[in-house]
Design a protein around this ligand. Structure first.
Ligand code: ADP
Length: 261
């Protein structure tokens, strides 16, 4: 029940009672729960066939390459890239249901921060033709946190930077230590975001609508999930941007959680 109301006083200022209303939200909660359950079950059901299709396309690609059928292999390679997109969309939907039901799991441990960044950049550069991913990495050392989840945030910021800068050829990824925090920033020189929408981009399902020239695919979940992960790792995430010039997304994680082991 959501309660709203005010205390009441007589002419002498003495408390006489309380008038309020209580709106029963049981049904609303139930509907939300059913919606979350549906998204969870549907994405789980989609995951299995997509995983199987991916395995077969990879076998097919290898067979074609072995036979020397380069053109066909490259077509299968493109299919594989689309399957990866689908896998990542399904993953995002699953993560959102986990966040909403408080079941997003974290497995914190020590890991080499820049090594993770380099791994991701190398991986993304392989499938990115137009953009040059420039690394500007200060020595960070070991950080304590969930390597996979933090990697998910980094991947999300870089893929967004690539996606939202169709007329540019550079994305800069920087890491640095600022006082007791490790800070990672991803800068692009793309479409940018208007000031009044800057804070909203971290909301669930929020998408800035593109102009006539640019329509970008997406569900509006990546930044919401990233913000949730950073929050759960006791960090902060923010963005600076200028329409038509580009955006700089950064997150900071505390180093104080770092174990000496
Ligand atoms: P999606 O990219 O699937 O829409 P996100 O949650 O990753 O979802 O991003 C939310 C919105 O924030 C996007 O729809 C886009 O409008 C804006 N956005 C995110 N990253 C950038 C960027 N690097 N440059 C410009 N706009 C961005």
């Amino acid at each position: 029940c959501i309660a709203t109301g005010k205390p009441q006083y007589d002419n002498n200022g003495a408390f006489t009672g309380y008038i309020g209303a209580c709106v029963d939200i049981t049904e609303q909660k139930l509907l939300q729960q059913q919606k979350d359950d549906f998204i969870g079950i549907a994405s789980h059901e989609l995951k299995t066939p997509v995983t199987s299709i991916k395995a077969y396309t990879q076998i097919l690609e290898r067979m074609l390459l072995k036979k020397g059928d380069e053109k066909e292999a490259s077509m299968i390679g493109k299919m594989d890239a689309q399957i990866n997109r689908l896998t990542s969309l399904i993953g995002d939907l699953l993560d959102v249901t986990k966040i909403n039901s408080g079941k997003l799991q974290f497995n914190d441990r020590n890991f080499e921060f820049n090594e993770l960044v380099q791994e991701i950049v190398e991986d993304l550069q392989r499938t990115t033709e137009q953009h040059h991913l420039i690394e500007n990495l200060e020595d960070i050392g070991v950080v304590f946190g969930d390597r996979e989840r933090i990697g998910q945030v980094i991947t999300n910021l870089i893929t967004n930077a690539i996606k939202y800068s169709p007329n540019s050829d550079q994305v800069v990824i920087g890491t640095k230590l600022v006082e007791n925090e490790v800070v990672l920033c991803v800068e692009d020189f793309g479409v940018g975001i208007a000031g009044d929408k800057l804070n909203r981009v971290f909301e669930q399902f929020y998408r800035v609508s593109g102009d006539m020239q640019h329509t970008f695919p997406g569900l509006g979940l990546g930044l919401y999930i990233s913000a949730e992960i950073v929050k759960r790792e006791h960090g902060r995430i923010w963005v600076n941007s200028e329409p038509g010039k580009g955006s700089k997304f950064c997150f900071a994680l505390p180093m104080k959680k770092r174990s000496t082991k």
